[in-house]
Design a binder for this molecule. Structure first.
Ligand code: MRU
Length: 363
């Protein structure tokens, strides 16, 4: 079986005319695979903030395409005053960069588009050429994401040494969280395509259920053996001896290896240490923030209380007016991480990512 046979479409792409960002609305999964075309910066911001497009690399790609599409729409308006190109471009880029705070891929992708825009301005090229250059930059971000996921798949598959291994994962770091293949799920797909029959356990991932709604959906569709469990069952599952490895994605990795990922990840790392199970983070180097020395410098998004009390329940499950704690991410201390699997290889503790200077970081 070929790896590509497992994926029918890319989860984020540019409309052929360049006038829209095409995504699968992930809030509707698994009930419906509905494609949405985002036409301007308002659409893209809303889609990222509401998690219609989610997962750190997918957010970065959508933002890069979104910046191109929104800028194109503005500058192609009849009578557009070209002296306003710069102020319009940076108005849109600043706006999009605020859509969500934790995944560094968002600011990295926008930063890359801004550097390309500045280079075009210094070269003094016209608007048409500038649009072509920005489109090419956004397409490169996506192409690089695919190739990084393939490398992560190879390095990660090296950890899946024998048939039938049990792998526990959290949230969704698969096809929908990137453009294709995934990060934490990519080695699993590769092992599956090679006939190693990995057994996956997916945390449902309270409160937004990315595991139950998306991870289980995509793995099951691809024919991978997957079992759903509530987040609170992880200790019991590990104690039962059915888990050989834990694989999760990441939203932002600090220079010392502290890693922000979906809320609940650090609890898994603590449990994995207790039960002697290797705990791996898988992600591209575009998810490493060379400006964050440790995890304490990573901004953690707080989300609306309704996600905990109402969403996905047929009726509200908590009394009205109750206080709710709802951080979207937590930071796993680097000391609990057995390895960080990137497209460049597997890093082991002690971690030091200071060599990834901002202009060397790929998106
Ligand atoms: O809030 P989400 O669903 O965007 O959170 C996503 C995660 O935590 C993923 O594990 C992470 O972005 C890695 S995706 C390859």
């Amino acid at each position: 079986m070929r790896l590509d046979d497992l994926f029918a479409y890319d989860s984020v792409s540019l409309a052929p005319e360049g006038d829209g960002v095409v995504i699968v609305d992930q809030t509707l999964l698994p009930w419906e695979e509905r494609f949405l075309t985002l036409k301007d910066e308002g659409d893209v911001y809303e889609a990222i903030a509401r998690l219609r497009v989610r997962g750190a690399p997918a957010i970065g790609i959508a933002a890069a395409y979104g910046l191109y599409v929104a800028f194109r729409r503005v500058v192609l308006q009849p009578g557009f005053d070209e002296s306003k190109a710069s102020s319009e471009f940076f108005r849109i880029s600043r706006y999009l960069s605020k859509a969500r705070p934790t995944a560094v891929n968002l600011s990295a992708a926008i930063g890359r588009m801004e550097r390309r825009f500045n280079a075009c301005m210094s070269d003094g090229i016209g608007i048409k050429q500038m649009l072509a250059a920005l489109r090419m930059e956004a397409e490169s971000i996506k192409a690089e994401d695919m190739s990084m996921c393939l490398s992560i798949a190879e390095y990660g598959a090296g950890l899946i040494g024998r048939p039938g291994m049990g792998i526990l994962t959290h949230c969704n770091a698969g096809h929908y969280a990137v453009s294709r293949y995934g990060t934490a799920l990519a080695p699993i797909y590769l092992a599956h395509s090679r006939g190693l029959a990995p057994r996956v356990y997916a945390d449902e991932t309270r409160p937004l259920m990315q595991g139950a709604r998306i991870t289980v959906f995509e793995l099951h569709k691809a024919g991978v053996d997957v079992t759903l469990e509530c987040d609170s069952m992880a200790a019991s599952l590990m104690a039962s001896g059915q888990v050989d490895l834990v694989f999760t994605g990441c939203d932002r990795v600090a220079c010392n290896g502290d890693t922000a990922n979906k809320i609940g990840t650090s609890a898994l790392a603590i449990l994995a240490r207790h039960y002697g199970i290797p705990f791996y983070i898988l992600g591209p180097t575009s998810s490493i923030d060379p400006d964050a020395a440790t995890g304490s410098e990573i901004p953690v998004e707080q989300r609306h209380p309704d996600e905990v009390t109402d969403l996905y329940f047929s009726r509200r499950i908590a009394p009205e007016g109750i206080k709710v704690y709802n951080p979207a991410f937590d930071v796993t201390p680097s000391g609990l991480i057995s390895g960080i699997v990137t497209e460049k290889g597997i890093y082991r503790p002690p971690y030091d990512f200071t060599f990834l200077k901002p202009n060397e970081t790929t998106v």
